[in-house]
Design a protein around this ligand. Structure first.
Ligand code: UD1
Ligand code: UDP
Length: 375
């Protein structure tokens, strides 16, 4: 009997991290009917990711609004996804990560009593407001999931400590590394194309490049102002700062106000994943609050300074490639300047490490689910 698997996701990182697993199920057409439902919690940033991986959704809940509240996202998804699930009758829902799409979709699987697989399960900061609302989103998904796919032994232990039974936990690595390796191979073959793309955006590649990204809700307001002021000061060094600016108006506003028209700062639109991977490879260091980038950069041997006070990804910190620098202007400046000037520190932090897996997480996840249905 063929099983129907419904993938539900709504934002850029979920699409990137689920793409390799979707492909894996689609390759097994004789056993699985694969359906894809996007909530469109993100719109253009999600479309970019779908395009790169050539994924065509079956359902689109089209929920995105400017300045959308968490209550609105949650309610809209629960109402609209319930109808999709009622009609489609999948055997299993697969969700990823810790967005509000992930949490609300998990609740729908519970209300409709459908099996749930949660990819990237067990990340914890142990502070319910950092990241907000992701820490509680992921706890809810873990509690509901029948299959928790933990990326590392750290996340596996977090789940066990919360009383999730070991039969429901599988430590498999992070599918982001699968995605990174697939796209890195494609990028290597078209170096000149990407070089020209960035030259057309005014990026010279003649100086050390600092890649900046940021979007965390708990950094909105004061922390973002501090971050922007730090970037402004760092831009006085002999560097080229490239900042693909997240489309959230809470990010756009301070970034455009403080960082527009500075000679060493290039503010650009969010990049398609292949272009971001090319840029990461050319980058000297990365300044970010992104979760996904913290996981990707160690595999590329790029030091990451994380503009947060806690991280649910301690593996990169332990491996020595990632450092938490907080959200205060002075702390960010000091750490960036140190990495620009101190060669031995830079060497230490730029050793390639793979704390998040070997690029086969999707194969392992597929095997677990396939074994379950083959019994
Ligand atoms: C969301 C997730 C966060 C994840 C991040 C990845 C929640 C609550 N937040 O945060 O966990 O780390 O995505 O980037 O689930 N917008 C656009 N176009 C887009 C995308 C966003 O215009 O393609 C704007 C809209 O005005 C939207 C706003 O950004 O209202 C915020 O989007 P939202 O998904 O609520 O929050 P993010 O900060 O993107
Ligand atoms: N990313 C991208 N284009 C960009 C910035 C990031 O494709 O302009 C990718 C990045 O490589 C990573 C993912 O998007 O795979 C992370 O998304 P984001 O930082 O928005 O969310 P988080 O990981 O913090 O949830």
């Amino acid at each position: 009997m063929k099983r129907k698997i419904l993938f539900v996701f709504g934002t850029r990182p979920e699409a990137i991290k689920l793409a390799p697993l979707i492909k894996k199920f689609q390759e097994n057409k004789s056993k699985y009917i694969v359906e894809i439902c996007i909530t469109s919690q993100h719109k253009s940033m999600l479309t970019q990711a779908l395009k790169i991986f050539q994924i065509t959704p079956n359902y689109n809940l089209k929920i995105m609004k400017k300045e959308q509240s968490l209550e609105y996202i949650t309610g809209a998804i629960i109402n609209k996804l319930s109808l999709v699930v009622k009609n489609s009758k999948p055997d299993m829902l697969i969700v990823q990560g810790d967005t509000t799409t992930t949490m609300a979709s998990s609740l729908v699987s519970f209300y409709r009593q459908i099996k749930l697989a949660h990819i990237e399960a067990g990340l914890r900061s142990f502070d319910k407001y950092k990241p907000f609302p992701e820490e509680i989103n992921r706890c809810i998904s873990s509690r509901i999931a029948d299959f928790n796919f933990a990326p590392t032994s750290v996340s596996q232990k977090n789940l066990r400590r919360e009383g999730i039974s070991k039969e429901k936990i599988f430590t498999v690595g992070n599918t982001v590394i699968d995605a990174l390796l697939i796209i890195s191979n494609q990028v290597q073959e078209r170096d000149q194309y990407y070089f020209n793309f960035f030259r057309n955006k005014g990026i010279t590649f003649n100086k050390k490049i600092i890649l900046v990204t940021g979007h965390r809700r708990e950094n909105f307001g004061k922390a973002f102002l501090q971050i922007c002021k730090a970037i402004k000061r760092i831009s006085k060094e002999d560097v080229e700062i490239v900042y693909p600016v997240h489309l959230n108006p809470n990010v756009q506003e301070p970034v455009n106000n403080i960082l527009s028209n500075l000679p060493n700062v290039k503010l650009i639109d969010p990049l398609e994943y292949d272009k971001l991977v090319y840029l990461m490879n050319k980058t000297y260091l990365i300044l970010t609050d992104s979760g996904g980038i913290q996981e990707e950069a160690p595999s590329l041997g790029k030091p990451v300074l994380v503009m947060r006070t806690v991280t649910e990804r301690p593996e990169g910190v332990k491996a020595g490639c990632v450092k938490l620098v907080g959200t205060q202007q002075k702390g960010i400046e000091r750490n960036v300047l140190e990495l620009l000037k101190n060669e031995s520190l830079y060497k230490q932090m730029s050793k390639r490490k793979n704390p998040y897996g070997n690029g086969h997480a999707s194969d392992y996840i597929f095997d677990v689910i396939d074994n379950y249905y083959s019994k």
